[in-house]
Design a protein around this ligand. Structure first.
Ligand SMILES: Cc1cc2nc3c(=O)[nH]c(=O)nc-3n(C[C@H](O)[C@H](O)[C@H](O)COP(=O)(O)O)c2cc1C
Length: 170
């Protein structure tokens, strides 16, 4: 599958089969995240791969949608702010950007292998800290289930390029 077909096919999966994710596929998906570009190559992220079985109740505290615990795995993508590259000019910390790029690599790799994911930012961060045992300085940025889809994509709703792109200046 070429890259444009892949980005067209990826969608937010909100219904999953219970079928396990093969270890070989999980390894490839995590490798895609590992190879993501990060600011100054700081790699200021950590991925927590959690098995859902037996943890359904606590994971529902993190994000209460039923589909969140249908897949066999949930991944919590965390930022390490003390390791993130900081821009001298204004002190902006790029750890969150590092996390986003790594998770997007992971999500696209999953789609290329027939697996489904869904970015989740509307989770309860207090519950996430407890459930995943996050130490201070580690911020949960986004989560996703990882499993085989049990739904079908809807047509993509996107603004036309003319509303998203300007040339030369604002
Ligand atoms: C940063 C980010 C946060 C998101 N958070 C949620 C979320 O909390 N719950 C949810 O159901 N979808 C969430 N989504 C999925 C978006 O709703 C979805 O990507 C968008 O509607 C486009 O649909 P598509 O992914 O199927 O192309 C999030 C997506 C991104 C990129």
């Amino acid at each position: 599958m070429n890259f444009l077909n892949l980005v067209q096919q990826r969608y937010s999966v909100r219904s999953y089969q219970p079928t396990p994710v093969e270890d070989t596929k999980l390894a490839q998906i995590l490798e895609a995240a590992r190879l993501a570009p990060t600011a100054a190559n700081r790699q200021a992220f950590q991925l927590i791969v959690a098995h859902v079985k037996g943890r359904e109740a606590e994971l529902q505290r993190v994000y209460a949608r039923r589909w969140f615990i249908q897949a066999p795995l949930v991944i919590c993508a965390c930022g390490l702010h003390d390791q993130g590259w900081v821009r001298d000019a204004d002190g902006a910390n790029y750890a969150t950007v590092d996390v986003a790029i790594a998770l997007d690599h992971l999500i696209l790799a999953a789609a290329s292998l027939g697996l489904g994911t869904c970015w989740v930012a509307a989770f309860n961060p207090v519950a996430a800290r407890q459930v995943f045992g996050l130490p201070e300085g580690v911020e949960p940025i986004a989560l996703t289930p990882l499993g085989y889809p049990a739904d079908q994509p809807l047509p993509k709703a996107r603004k036309p390029l003319a509303e998203l792109v300007r040339y030369e200046r604002w």
